[in-house]
Design a protein around this ligand. Structure first.
Ligand code: GLC
Length: 738
């Protein structure tokens, strides 16, 4: 349909039809079934049957036959034949599950991320889906918050690169195309910084911090073409994001030029009353409409109030029509008026879902996402070694992580199976009882396990946190491994074994208590459908680990939040040895493991940093953030060499520091990175162009600008081990076109 047809259609809609087009419910409700797949609190529903079948979109289960039937039943009841829009939480896979996004961030591999998102889109599209509520671009610094698993970590640039790659993978050039789906970036904005790491808690930060750290990744997703934005539950500057005109009108639409659809999170419109910014549902509806919030998810405020708000003159017909037009335009952009069933195809579904190609891709992704944190002559495991395996993650398929859709843990390969496939009877397994929901720990079978593994040369402790303790509504104040898991590691060490600790978790756990007794530590995250095989590939030396941390590991919970891109203080701890500096009495300021860190089975060196300043107002260059007219400031190059016996991949990272500016600036900011693969003895030059955009930030006047002065250019293999050069960038002289 063309714009004229859409406008004509909108003009023919009644106000009730418009209000319901702006409402999203679970399909179970249309069929009067108890909604089974809710991701929020169930409330009483004041909808009549004919209203239910006029909602504009649904969220929830996929399946070609299910969604084709739903669309058919819906259109048969629809006078205006406006197709229903199907949305769901396909966060890191539909049936073939990829590693959790926090692990994806550790790959520093946007190309592979885009490839994986494209595979996820194919499985989802053929199962009838139109929109996925992904990527989650919330920056995170607090592992007490369970949803850090859904983010790509603590750095705004890495989050942005990965969010943009995910959007491109889902949508391709045009989400209307076969095998593509629309992307809804979330949760706008700053949901990842709840006070105390407590889920749904207040978010409060300065405008400058919001701009420096928490907004850039959403902007990158928007610039990559994300079709939708979901508002977050939290407040920003004392206003819930769902009715924040600063966020939704000024930043999103005026500054970033977003003209797509904004949807609330689950019942977030109704929750404006809990936030005490709406005295009643009328005011909740009024404030959300004024903010330009188009679709209300899983609450009935719009359906119940728009007519009265209009009659009372509190909102305008134009505001309503703008929302409706954006929804109709999204359906039109997906080609649903011509083909309401889009790619839903039962036969194709059988061929594509969980296919070998996607599983192989998932294994590659999982291998790159795992991070080797410690290795003292333990890994890779010698081919002749007798291997012991113990712990609750030895024999379970529950390694998919939260939001695993139709991932089916019961058919997911276990670590025991993956290892035995290669090692056969060299394997002995013990204490493999699983976590049981509601139980605090797994049964303590440590003595039996030590006894059973007593002839083994090396013991793998497969430990972590149960996946139902991560994701939404999963904040925790204690991040240690459970008592029996810690006891297992200590007991194996005390029995004189080499201990390899493999951690399955959705967040950085507090692993300091077991670090000393672990000869090696592999952070496997929740690695998805092919994660066990990927872990075995690393443990047995088939793959040389290359993951780099997307989020810092704290030394203990008391240290949280600990992250690499902090502002300095007036009394930095490094400055003086005395007490009157910014430090703790009982813990260093540095994390246990920093952002960008990861070990390899070989040894990489990064040296010989050269920084060449480009002539004044250097040549224009393509700027990744999409801002036109960016200019080069300097180039930075290093020599990277593989000094070990094995080929491998490393991630060269470019950081900058603005030494002195009109407002404080982070001590270190990631601005570019590159994966480099090197054979033993090989070396390569890694060169980066530093641009004015990389030096820029939002100043006190909220203008995006860089300021002349001294800058440190740093290049290294993690944020703490860098080569550094200082340059002075003078103000741009006149005579150059702006
Ligand atoms: C949940 C989550 C959001 C999800 C939505 C729909 O509450 O916050 O991430 O997309 O509801 O399931």
């Amino acid at each position: 349909m063309d714009k004229k047809d859409l406008l004509k259609l909108a003009a023919e809609m009644t106000l009730e039809e418009k209000a319901l087009q702006m409402t999203q419910l679970s399909p179970d409700m249309l069929y009067h079934l108890a909604p089974a797949n809710l991701t929020g609190p169930l409330r009483e529903w004041r909808f009549e049957d004919e209203e239910l079948w006029k909602v504009g979109s649904t969220l929830g289960p996929l399946g070609a036959s299910y969604l084709k039937k739903l669309q058919k039943d819906y259109l048969e009841r629809s006078g205006k034949k406006i197709p229903l829009l199907f949305m769901s939480d396909v966060i890191h896979g539909y049936v073939t599950i990829m590693p959790i996004p926090l692990a994806q961030g550790c790959t520093f591999d946007p190309e592979l991320t885009e490839e994986a998102a494209a595979a996820v889109a194919k499985e989802s599209a053929v199962s009838g889906l139109h929109v996925t509520f992904s990527p989650m671009a919330d920056l995170v610094r607090d592992p007490r918050w369970g949803r850090v698993m859904e983010s790509c970590g603590e750095d705004p640039y890495l989050n942005g690169v990965m969010a943009a790659a995910t959007v491109r993978g889902y949508q391709g050039r045009d989400p209307r195309e076969k095998g593509k789906i629309a992307s809804c970036v979330k949760h706008f904005a700053a949901y990842g910084q709840p006070e105390g790491g407590r889920e749904y808690n207040t978010v409060d930060m300065s405008r400058g911090v919001l701009r420096d750290f928490y907004l850039p990744a959403y902007e990158a997703a928007i610039r990559a073409g994300a079709a939708m934005v979901m508002t977050s539950f939290n407040t920003v500057e004392r206003t819930p994001a769902t009715c924040s005109r600063f966020l939704l009108r000024k930043v999103l639409r005026e500054e970033w030029g977003f003209d797509g659809v904004v949807i609330s999170d689950f019942s977030a419109v109704e929750e404006l009353m809990n936030h005490s910014v709406a005295a009643d549902d009328l005011e909740a509806g009024e404030k959300s409409i004024h903010a330009g919030m188009d679709i209300e998810m899983m609450s009935g405020v719009y359906a119940g109030t728009l007519r009265r708000l209009l009659e009372q003159g509190r909102i305008t017909q134009q505001e309503i029509d703008e929302c409706v037009m954006r929804i109709l335009e999204l359906k039109n952009r997906l080609g649903l008026f011509e083909n309401p069933y889009k790619d839903a195809d039962e036969q194709e579904e059988q061929r594509l879902l969980y296919c070998g190609e996607h599983l192989e891709l998932a294994r590659r992704f999982a291998r790159e996402s795992m991070v080797l944190l410690k290795n003292q002559s333990a890994l890779p495991i010698e081919p002749s070694a007798k291997i012991g395996l113990a712990g609750p993650f030895a024999c379970t398929g529950n390694i998919l992580g939260g939001w695993h859709c139709e991932g089916k843990p019961e058919r997911t390969e276990t670590l025991q199976h993956a290892l035995e496939t290669v090692c056969g009877d060299r394997m002995v397994t013990a204490m493999s009882t699983h976590f049981i929901r509601g139980e605090k720990d797994v049964p303590d079978q440590v003595e039996e396990a030590v006894e059973r593994l007593k002839d083994c040369d090396i013991c793998i402790a497969a430990v972590g946190e149960p996946e139902w303790e991560t994701g939404e509504a999963s904040s925790k104040t204690c991040l240690r491994l459970s008592a029996s898991q810690e006891k297992l590691i200590h007991a194996l060490k005390a029995a004189g074994k080499k201990v390899v600790t493999v951690i399955f978790s959705g967040r950085p756990l507090d692993i300091a208590p077991v670090l000393e007794d672990s000869d090696a530590v592999l952070q496997a995250w929740f690695p998805g459908s092919a994660g066990a095989g990927a872990a075995a590939d690393i443990l047995l030396g088939k793959y040389n680990p290359s993951g780099r941390l997307s989020m810092s590991f704290p030394r203990n919970v008391g240290q949280i939040p600990v992250y690499y891109n902090y502002y300095n203080t007036g009394r930095p701890a490094a400055a003086k040895a005395d007490n009157y500096v910014s430090r703790y009495l009982d813990c260093p300021n540095s994390p246990l493991f920093p952002f960008g860190y990861g070990l390899s089975y070989t040894t990489f060196a990064c040296e010989g940093l050269q920084v060449e300043q480009t002539a004044q107002g250097g040549e224009r260059c393509a700027c990744e953030t999409g801002r036109a007219g960016d200019r080069a400031v300097c180039t930075a190059s290093v020599r990277v060499s593989n000094r070990g016996e094995r080929s491998g991949e490393t991630v060269v990272q470019l950081y900058i520091r603005d030494v002195s500016a009109s407002v404080v600036r982070p001590m270190t900011e990631l601005k570019a990175f590159r994966r480099i693969s090197l054979e033993p003895g090989e070396e390569a030059q890694a060169a980066f162009t530093v641009t004015e955009d990389m030096l820029s930030f939002y100043n006190e006047e909220e203008q995006w600008a860089w300021e002349p002065g001294a800058f440190e250019i740093m290049v290294g293999l993690d944020c703490e081990h860098v080569e550094k050069k200082e340059i002075f960038v003078p103000a741009r002289t006149g005579g150059l076109e702006e």
